[in-house]
Design a protein around this ligand. Structure first.
Ligand SMILES: Cc1ncc(COP(=O)(O)O)c(C=O)c1O
Length: 363
């Protein structure tokens, strides 16, 4: 089947580009002598997770427990949950996942550690625990230094938990446009994490696992040393926003854009504009409007939940009813979550379908 035969709106993944992105990340981590544990929040697909493991990833990250449940059921063997799991109902579900796969989970609070220890005892499983350190983002995470050391001591004393190490993810710098500025901020974040690990070791607790980093700092983190594991997510598809940021060797992005949404012209209400079947429900808007491909001179505007509009300021609309237009999403994670499956392409051909089995798994 050919792309031109597909009904729209439809989510397309360029399978060849996805493969190349995986190979590049494997090489980046391999050359730095560290592991990579890609973040499944980007693709939410056990099929894609399997491909990443086959490409050399040591396991996967999940943002949510529900995502981890789907990944474990889909065969993932080693999962790090990068957001705290709170309350007995979720903690007992966590223990069930820990019965199916090797599971580590982040913590940043003493009461959560206490409750997790009790649930692990009840379930008779022993999850690995990673302390999340706030290295500058100001989201989750215990403060670096002594507060983190105190939590590490508490985990060490918990009968049913195993202390694994530290997570430090600085999400707010991943799209900092200037490479020099991004590098400085990444060094600052890494410094907080390694100094905290040093203090934990000085307290007599082994702390050799440091996980973190995202797509925007992957090149920087790999070169800097310090992290033992990278957790990039977006590198697989590359948001259109990554076009705006500077990479190390000039502006050449290390990864390719591989995700598009294909839409069709459904109406031509005026000479200089047309309406597409792709609105807010078919591509996310939190990163700005998607970027149209191969329609020079046209500007895209959302026209509601189900509609989008292409406008030519300098002349007539050059598309006919039924014509198809590809768009690069500005934020791939939130766009992927709108679809049940990726239609996988190679050139003009459809080569595969990957189910997005964990879409909508927010709990
Ligand atoms: C904890 C954590 N690690 C890694 C990532 C992956 O980041 P990116 O998609 O920039 O590679 C994210 C993304 O939000 C995250 O929240």
């Amino acid at each position: 089947m050919k792309i031109s035969e597909l009904d729209t709106p439809v989510l397309l993944a360029d399978g060849d580009a996805v493969e190349r992105n995986m190979e590049r990340m494997a090489a980046l981590a391999g050359n730095a002598g560290i592991a990579w544990r890609p973040h499944a929040k980007a693709h939410k697909s056990p099929a894609v997770a399997k491909m990443q493991i086959a490409a050399g990833a040591c396991g996967i990250c999940c943002a949510k427990l529900g995502e981890a449940e789907v990944m474990a059921a889909g065969g993932a063997k080693d999962i790090l949950i990068t957001t705290p799991v709170i309350g007995p109902s979720k903690l007992m579900r966590l223990m069930q996942v820990a019965n199916q796969a090797t599971v580590s989970v982040v913590v940043d609070d003493p009461s959560n550690i206490e409750e997790m220890d009790m649930c692990a005892h009840t379930a008779g499983v022993r999850p690995d625990v990673v302390i999340e350190v706030d290295v500058g983002q100001g989201r989750c995470g215990v403060q670096p230094g002594e507060p983190a050391v105190e939590l590490a001591k508490q985990v060490m004393q918990a009968d049913w938990l195993t202390f694994k190490g530290l997570q430090g993810y600085q999400g707010s710098i991943q799209m900092t446009a200037s490479f020099a500025e991004r590098s400085r901020a990444a060094a600052d974040a890494l410094g907080k994490l390694t100094a905290t690990a040093g203090l934990i070791r000085a307290a007599g607790i082994p702390c050799d696992y440091l996980t973190g980093g995202g797509t925007g700092t992957s090149v920087i983190d790999a070169a800097a040393g310090g992290l033992t594991e990278l957790q990039p997510g977006g590198y697989l598809f590359m948001d259109a926003r990554y076009r705006e940021i500077e990479w190390d060797d000039g502006n050449k992005t290390p990864f390719e854009q591989s995700l598009t949404v294909l839409a069709s012209v459904i109406s031509k209400p005026a000479a200089n504009r047309c309406i597409l079947d792709m609105g807010l429900k078919a591509v996310s808007s939190d990163g700005g409007p998607p970027v149209p491909l191969a329609v020079p001179g046209a500007r895209f505007k959302f026209a509601g939940e189900e509609h989008g509009e292409l406008i030519w300021e300098d002349g007539p609309c050059r598309l006919a009813l039924g014509d198809k237009v590809s768009f690069i999403p500005t934020h791939c994670d939130t766009t992927v979550n709108l679809y049940d499956r990726f239609i996988v392409t190679s050139g003009d051909d459809i080569t595969n379908v990957w189910d997005i089995a964990a879409r909508g798994r927010l709990q």
